[in-house]
Design a protein around this ligand. Structure first.
Ligand SMILES: [Mg+2]
Length: 340
């Protein structure tokens, strides 16, 4: 039986036919786009300043085709870039998507990947205005560039002693989801939300915009590498120290349950897991009074987990019974005790 069209490697479909098929799966036109896909360059407008970021996802480094669905790979490739725009307080607008295709990837999978890109783009109001597809003898790779509209911009360098250290949402969800994805027999209440947090992270665009609009907010970063590591990036850039209170770190009950099944302390995931794509930010004390309003607009809780201190006061995690442990990018694991 001859393979169906969708089973065929894309090369046999023809480049122009392929681009036409894929274009239908993504939002390719909209406000601000004068010329999108199909010319030598896109013509777009951004009324205020522009934020630009790019990130490449490579098979074998960032994902495995065996364990990640093609749609999830596409979603993630766009979402991680949207998250970097969100952490600066910007509004994502346009994306460029380049894909390197090794031989033998079925057209069905390429389409599913673009469908995932399209879903993430639509979810965040992003228009795909261009890109490129090339064959490769190397691994599958998706390189995405996102342009965002800037207003007041939040950088990593604005934290000052006396500021609070805050996070959006709850932490450790993605790490718990990764654990559950590999242990399908483990039953945990709330597992679906954790699996989704891992497979289809939801960047905090509304939160970033709401935070940037408040002058009390001084710095921000998205949590991609792990809370402790990303906080360290802010401290390095700002030239300050910090104290984090472990019992204030927000962890969802489902994460606690999954951690129990994994025989791990949930704070291992919350502080070291990464890929949550929540925002970590610092704000002057007067932010307390507007925290609730920001949470409402952002659609996500915000929690103060610590304070910024002068650089000479160091970097600490305060655990149960007031025990202090140095906060290192991986320093959290000294504090937590693994259950047997
Ligand atoms: Mg980032």
């Amino acid at each position: 039986m001859p393979p169906s069209r969708a089973d065929r490697p894309p090369r046999r479909v023809g480049e122009f036919d392929l681009i036409e098929r894929l274009r239908r799966l993504i939002p390719a036109a909209g406000a601000g786009v004068r010329t999108g896909i199909g010319d030598d360059a896109a013509v777009v407008s951004l009324p205020r300043g522009a934020l630009v970021t790019c990130d490449v996802q490579v098979e074998g480094v960032h994902f495995r085709r065996g364990t990640s669905a093609p749609g999830d790979i596409g979603w993630r490739a766009l979402a991680v870039n949207v998250s970097d725009i969100a952490s600066m307080g910007g509004a994502p607008r346009y994306a460029l998507v380049s894909v390197l295709l090794p031989p033998g990837v079925p057209l069905r999978d390429v389409e599913a990947m673009y469908r995932g890109i399209g879903q993430a783009a639509r979810a965040h109001g992003v228009i795909v205005v261009g890109g490129n597809i090339s064959r490769t003898s190397g691994p599958l790779a998706l390189d995405v560039t996102v342009l965002g509209e800037a207003g007041r911009v939040l950088t990593r360098g604005g934290a000052r002693p006396g500021d609070g250290v805050w996070v959006t949402g709850t932490l450790g969800n993605a790490a718990a989801g990764l654990f559950l994805a590999h242990r399908p027999r483990v039953r945990v209440r709330g597992a679906r939300a954790l699996l989704r947090a891992y497979r289809r992270p939801s960047p905090r665009v509304r939160a970033g915009r709401a935070l940037a609009a408040r002058s009390a907010v001084t710095a921000a970063i998205d949590i991609s590498d792990g809370t402790a590591r990303d906080l360290a990036h802010v401290l390095d850039a700002s030239g300050v120290g910090a104290v984090v209170h472990l019992e204030r770190v927000p962890v969802a009950p489902a994460v606690v349950a999954a951690a129990q099944a994994a025989h791990l302390d949930p704070y291992v995931w919350a502080l070291g897991g990464g890929e949550d794509y929540e925002l970590l930010f610092t704000a002057r004390p007067e932010f307390e009074t507007s925290a609730r309003a920001v949470a409402r607009v952002a659609g996500v809780p915000v929690t103060r987990i610590g304070e910024i201190v002068p650089r000479r006061a160091g970097r600490w995690i305060v655990g149960p019974a007031g025990r202090r442990t140095p906060l290192r990018p991986a320093g959290w694991d000294h504090l937590v005790t693994r259950s047997p």
